[in-house]
Design a protein around this ligand. Structure first.
Ligand SMILES: [Fe+2]
Length: 176
C-alpha cells in the first residue's frame, strides 16, 4: 500500500500576501476558501494539480514570525527542467521570496527558496539518475538539459548506488 503525500496545511499571518505569492508567482489556483470554526479564522485551499482538490491550505491563525521550528521545507515535483527554471525565474523576480538557491541532489534538479513568511519550499524535477542520499551541490541554471545531464553524471557517478533512475524505481517497486 503506497501513501501519496497529498497536502500540507500551514498557519499564516498575512493571508493575502501568501495567497498572492502562491497564485501569482507560483501559479496555484484557489480551490475553495471559507470560514473555519469561529471567525475570523479563514482557510484557503490551493492546488496546482487537477487530481488534488488542494495541495496546500492556509489558516490565518499564525501568531509567531520566522521559519517554522519543525518543518524544513515542502517539496513539489514538476515535469521538466524547464518548469524548474520557470519557477526559479519567478521566485527570483519576486522580492517577497528569499534565499533562492539552485541545488541538485544528483537525483533531482531543484530550486529552494523561502516563501514570504519564511516557509522553506523546493521545486524539483527528477534527473535521469539515482544516487545514495544525502547529496547537495549547486547547479548552473544557464545550462541546457544535455550539458547539465553530463555535468550531473560526472559530478555524482563516483558516489554510492549511482545509476539510471528507472532501475532504482524498478527495484523500489519490486521491494514493495
Ligand atoms: Fe527536499
Amino acid at each position: 500500500m503506497a501513501f501519496e503525500l497529498a497536502h500540507a496545511v500551514v498557519y499564516v499571518t498575512d493571508m493575502s500576501q501568501m495567497v498572492d505569492f502562491y497564485t501569482q508567482t507560483l501559479g496555484f489556483k484557489v480551490a475553495d476558501r471559507g470560514p473555519l470554526g469561529q471567525e475570523p479564522t479563514e482557510i484557503v485551499f490551493l492546488t496546482k494539480n487537477p487530481l488534488h482538490h488542494h495541495q496546500l491550505a492556509f489558516m490565518n491563525t499564525r501568531k509567531d514570525a520566522g521559519p517554522s521550528n519543525s518543518l524544513n521545507h515542502l517539496a513539489f515535483r514538476v515535469d521538466s527542467l524547464d518548469d524548474v527554471k520557470t519557477a526559479l525565474r519567478a521566485v527570483t523576480e519576486d522580492p517577497s521570496a528569499s534565499g533562492v538557491k539552485p541545488v541538485t541532489h544528483g537525483n533531482a534538479w531543484s530550486v529552494y527558496f523561502k516563501d514570504p513568511e519564511g516557509n522553506g519550499v523546493e521545486i524539483f524535477c527528477d534527473s535521469p539518475f539515482h544516487v545514495q542520499q544525502p547529496q547537495a551541490k549547486g547547479w548552473d541554471p544557464q545550462m541546457d538539459i544535455q550539458p547539465l545531464t553530463s555535468w550531473t553524471k560526472e559530478t555524482f557517478e563516483s558516489e554510492n548506488e549511482f545509476g539510471p533512475i528507472e532501475k532504482f524505481y524498478e527495484q523500489q517497486t519490486q521491494n514493495e
